[in-house]
Ligand binder design. Structure first.
Ligand SMILES: Cc1cc2nc3c(=O)[nH]c(=O)nc-3n(C[C@H](O)[C@H](O)[C@H](O)COP(=O)(O)OP(=O)(O)OC[C@H]3O[C@@H](n4cnc5c(N)ncnc54)[C@H](O)[C@@H]3O)c2cc1C
Length: 634
């Protein structure tokens, strides 16, 4: 389906698709198009928990649709005439109407949440040829996933010569490598999308292949493919102080070593790219196939096989149900049960009428996105914040967290039904948001209830040639599947990064990675990370938006270098220390930093190096400009 941004339409045409319209987006669009904030009536205020759907009675939704149609008819002749942006009053009215909490934060973010004509307001508004034609600046980007492709586009737009080095044979990173059955996002497709590149998503939650195709097309359409050197792994990068240049050592997939030079390096190697397989005693003696979710071998046939699944994280909850439908028997080993959030549309396709509206009405699309993006970013942090007066326990940490726990507990109880034995096993014993809350449409517990599935809430003690051991019990197995995640805390491994004075980044970090805003470090000039330490979010962010913030920060840093005729910029150590202390302090106040439950959100020292602990608004504001006083500039 093509996007027809400025098309006119008839009343009949709109009426034909209106039953599919979600009323929060429709009402905000009507307010925008007519300029009348009065249409956002209190009695039509949506239920935050059901957005983008209103959560109102069907007859109320029908009344709203008829009301909006009548109001919109005079404006249908030309979308071109519709105001590009809502005025301040309208924007404030929408935030107040849509959100119950943190209205100030919502208003501050509303401008970026609303992308009416797929404009790209945060692309660089400068070009190297204009500001510093003789600078000689060039960049190497490491990785061609969501992050590296965006960095590549921004450098291209700014006219900075660049190369992307990618160890894999295709773009997409996560969305190329993870091809296990039913791999998909647990974030709604329309916000797991670059804000300025809309897509006609078929499902509410994007499937792996569809996201890969989206990223491939993004790279192809923007002329990025010709900048990518595939099958080229970066093994080391070294800063040369005398020339203010990075030397980047590479090795191709057929073993050829080489090197490149650039003044700027952008590391976009991902947090979830290096699979983690626990060192279980005897694993190397197992004679059957062993697979990690990120290294799926599609030639393996599960029919008639006894399968062991180790792990019950986000990936296992997607692939294990599919495997259980084929295998003779599946034994699933769980270290800690995940919290599940009821998400009925998780595996559903978007209604064709809804897709028509999203494709043909640009303001509808913008407000649909707005009604998902804003409530996801704003107002959720209290549910993950420890209240010392509550008092916090290992089950819940504040009144808001307890309310969330009750909601999620009710869902699990309903799912378990009369299987009280199962309920005991699937009920987490840690506060919600200490780990990722996994979206579920009933598939997980239905899988656990299958006759051919057994859930074991213990660790695998030992593996031998034909099975695994739980204490004295031998569980025969033909195939072992690991859904055990990634070496997330080991940022930028295994390449070495050598900065000023020969210092090694991994030695500097030890097990405790940190970077200013997840992006820059003292001692490593002109070196920028995307999706670096503390840039993930549990319930109060959106990764693609955070990546867009990082790309904007990096391009403005490059602009500062070029414009000032500088050769290098390195973060000041005091800025780094102050920032790291703040992040450590703030993380300890959040469920994921506070809880003692085992998760990849904490490193071996028990500190959270993964999650952004402050409101999303603060990330946006702090990354919106590079402050030269934060850097030693030469
Ligand atoms: C199965 C799965 C599901 C996920 N679902 C979600 C979700 O629903 N929502 C969400 O927000 N996030 C999700 N994530 C997180 C996901 O990783 C990010 O959303 C996003 O894709 C990260 O993009 P990236 O480009 O930063 O990293 P990646 O996608 O990991 O890409 C990194 C790239 O760098 C390359 N690379 C790494 N090291 C080198 C090197 N030394 N030399 C050359 N190339 C190198 C890799 O080959 C890869 O192509 C999921 C992750 C996984 C694994």
């Amino acid at each position: 389906m093509d996007f027809t941004l400025d098309r006119a339409m008839t009343e009949d045409e709109l009426r034909a698709h209106l039953d599919s319209a979600l009323t929060p987006a429709l009402l905000m669009m009507t307010a925008h198009v007519t300029g009348d904030a009065g249409v956002l009536r209190t009695e039509w205020k949506p239920n935050r928990a059901t957005l983008p759907a209103s959560g109102l009675a069907p007859e109320t939704d029908a009344e709203i649709r008829a009301f909006c149609l009548k109001r919109l008819v005079p404006y249908l002749a030309s979308q071109r005439d519709w105001a590009a942006l809502p005025d301040d009053f309208l924007r404030e009215s929408m935030c107040t109407w849509l959100m119950d909490v943190d209205i100030e934060d919502a208003q501050a973010m509303a401008a970026v949440a609303f992308t009416p004509d797929d404009s790209d307001p945060r692309g660089p508004e400068w070009h190297l040829d204009e500001i510093a034609p003789d600078s000689g600046l060039s960049a190497v980007v490491i990785g061609a996933g969501f992050s590296g492709l965006l960095a590549g586009l921004r450098l291209k737009q700014a006219g900075v010569p660049f190369t992307i080095l990618e160890k894999s044979t295709n773009v997409g990173g996560t969305w190329y490598e993870n091809s296990y059955p039913d791999c998909r996002t647990d974030v709604r497709s329309h916000i797991y999308t670059y804000s300025f590149v809309p897509h006609d998503w078929v499902t509410h939650f994007g499937r792996q292949q569809a996201i890969h195709e989206y990223l491939y097309n993004f790279a192809a359409k923007n002329g990025l493919l010709e900048h990518i050197s595939f099958g080229t792994e970066v093994t080391a990068t070294r800063w040369d102080e005398s020339t203010s240049t990075w030397t980047i050592d590479t090795r191709t997939s057929d073993g050829v070593v080489g090197s490149a030079e650039a003044q700027i390096v952008v590391s976009a190697v991902g947090q979830l790219n290096r699979p983690m397989i626990p060192a279980v005693d005897g694993l190397d003696t197992f004679t059957g196939p062993v697979m990690h979710s990120a290294q799926w071998d599609h030639s393996i046939d599960f029919a008639g096989k006894r399968v062991v699944v180790i792990g019950t994280g986000a990936s296992a909850l997607q692939f294990a149900p599919a495997v259980a439908k084929e295998a003779e028997h599946v034994t699933i080993f769980q270290r800690s049960a995940p919290w599940l959030r009821s998400t009925p549309v998780l595996r559903q396709e978007i209604d064709p009428g809804e897709r028509w509206l999203l494709t043909n009405l640009k303001h509808y699309r913008a407000y649909y996105r707005f009604s998902i993006f804003l409530p996801r970013l704003i107002g959720n942090l209290p549910a993950a914040t420890v209240d010392p007066d509550f008092p916090p326990t290992e089950v819940s940490v504040s009144a808001a967290n307890e309310a969330l726990r009750v909601e999620l507990t009710d869902y699990l109880t309903e799912q378990a039904g009369d299987r009280l034995d199962l309920l005991e096993q699937i009920m987490p014993d840690y506060p919600p948001a200490a780990k990722r809350i996994i979206c579920d449409d009933g598939t997980w517990v239905a899988t656990l209830k299958r006759d051919n599935v057994r859930l074991v809430s213990q660790a695998v003690h030992r593996i031998d040639k034909d099975g695994v051991w739980i204490g004295d019990e031998h569980v025969p197995a033909d195939i072992i599947l690991f859904g055990t995640g990634f070496k997330a805390s080991e940022f930028l491994v295994p390449m070495t990064v050598t900065g000023i004075g020969g210092q090694d980044l991994h030695q500097t970090w030890g097990i405790d990675a940190s970077a200013y805003l997840g992006i820059t470090l003292p001692g490593y000039p002109n070196f920028f990370c995307m999706y670096g330490p503390n840039t993930n979010t549990v319930i109060h962010g959106n990764l693609v938006f955070f990546l867009e913030c990082q790309a904007a920060y990096i391009t403005s840093a490059v602009q500062m270098l070029a414009k000032g005729g500088h050769r290098s910029m390195a973060l000041r150590p005091d800025v780094f220390t102050e920032y790291t202390d703040e992040v450590t302090k703030e993380s300890a106040k959040r469920t994921w930093g506070w809880s003692k439950t085992h998760s990849w959100y904490q490193n071996a020292a028990g500190r959270s190096t993964i999650m952004w602990p402050l409101p999303a608004r603060q990330y946006f504001e702090r990354t919106s400009a590079v402050h030269d006083e934060d850097y030693d500039i030469h």
